[in-house]
Write a protein that binds this ligand. Structure first.
Ligand SMILES: Nc1ncnc2c1ncn2[C@@H]1O[C@H](COP(=O)(O)OP(=O)(O)O)[C@@H](O)[C@H]1O
Ligand SMILES: [Mg+2]
Length: 252
C-alpha cells in the first residue's frame, strides 16, 4: 500500500505582494515519481523551493499553510535539517568547480560538518554514483574535477551528490532542460529506476517526459493546482478543461 511521505496543506507563497502559489493541497506517496507540470511562470520552481525551504531566502518572500514531512511541519524544523532531508537538483548542472568527482559526491557531509571515515566515504561515493548511473563512467577518474564531465554526466553527478545525503525526498527542477536528447534519455532512464527506491518530485514543462517517467502528475496553472492524479488517468481523461487544453498543446 502506498504511504504518504509529504503533504502540502493550504499552502500559499508570495514574492512581496505577488501571490504565485494559491492554496495548494497535494500529497506525495513514498517511492513514486510525481511530475509537477505547467507552463512557464506558473509556480513550479517556487513550489519545490518552498518544499526545501529555499523560497524564504529571497527577500520579501512569504509563505502560509503547512508542508508536512512524515507528519512533521517542515516550517517548524531547522531549515538546515530540512534541506538535508529534502535534496534538490537544479536546471543547470552545478558541480563545485574546484572539487574532484569524489569530493563533489560527499560535499554535503563536509558542508554539514559530518565526519565520515575513509571506508564510509568510499562506500557513500560508490553507492551514490551507482544510484545515479554514473559509476561505470567515472570509477577510474574519481579524483579528476567534476567539470571535465559532459553536461549530462555533470547532472548525474549532481543527482549523486543529492542522493549521498540519503534524502527522504529528491526534488528535480527540470533536470534535463539544459541537456541534449541522449543525455535526457539517460536521466529519464535513471529516474525511472530510482523511483522504485526513492521519492522523487520532478518539475517539467515537457508533457511527453511527464508521461514517460511519472506515476502521478500535478498540473499547475497561474499558481493554482488545477488537477492532480495518476499520470495515465490524467493524460487519457483530464477532468479540467484547462488540463485538457494544456495536454493538447493549446497553450504553454
Ligand atoms: N526571485 C523572484 N522575485 C520575484 N518574483 C519571482 C521570483 N522568482 C519567480 N518569480 C515570479 O513567480 C512566478 C512563478 O515563477 P516560477 O516558480 O519560477 O515559475 P516556473 O518554474 O513554473 O516557470 C512568476 O510570475 C515569476 O515571475
Ligand atoms: Mg521553473
Amino acid at each position: 500500500m502506498e504511504s504518504t511521505v509529504l503533504r502540502i496543506e493550504n499552502f500559499s507563497a508570495s514574492f512581496g505582494e505577488n501571490m504565485v502559489l494559491k492554496d495548494i493541497n497535494l500529497s506525495f506517496s513514498r517511492n513514486t515519481l510525481t511530475a509537477i507540470m505547467g507552463p512557464s511562470g506558473c509556480g513550479k520552481t517556487t513550489l519545490i523551493r518552498c518544499v526545501n525551504r529555499m523560497h524564504e531566502l529571497t527577500p520579501n518572500a512569504k509563505v502560509s499553510g503547512k508542508i508536512l514531512l512524515d507528519n512533521q511541519d517542515i516550517y517548524n524544523t531547522d531549515p538546515i535539517i530540512v534541506r538535508r532531508q529534502i535534496g534538490m537538483v537544479f536546471q543547470r548542472p552545478n558541480p563545485f568547480p574546484t572539487m574532484s568527482i569524489y569530493d563533489n559526491v560527499i560535499a554535503g557531509y563536509n558542508l554539514n560538518g559530518i565526519k565520515l571515515n575513509k571506508e564510509e566515504m568510499d562506500r557513500t561515493v560508490e553507492e551514490s554514483l551507482r544510484k545515479a548511473a554514473l559509476w561505470d563512467e567515472v570509477k577510474d577518474a574519481l579524483h579528476r574535477k567534476g567539470t571535465f564531465l559532459s553536461g549530462g554526466q555533470q547532472q548525474r553527478l549532481c543527482i549523486a551528490r543529492a542522493l549521498a545525503m540519503h534524502p527522504e525526498i529528491l526534488l528535480l527542477d527540470e533536470p534535463t532542460s539544459a541537456l541534449d536528447p541522449k543525455s535526457t534519455a539517460h536521466i529519464e532512464e535513471l529516474v525511472s529506476h530510482l523511483k522504485t527506491t526513492d521519492t522523487i518530485i520532478q518539475v517539467t514543462h515537457n508533457i511527453a517526459q511527464a508521461a514517460r517517467v511519472s506515476d502521478f502528475t500535478a498540473f499547475l496553472y497561474l499558481g493554482e493546482l488545477v488537477e492532480f492524479g495518476p499520470t495515465g488517468k490524467m493524460f487519457t481523461g483530464p477532468k479540467d478543461k484547462r488540463t485538457e487544453e494544456y495536454l493538447t498543446g493549446k497553450f504553454g
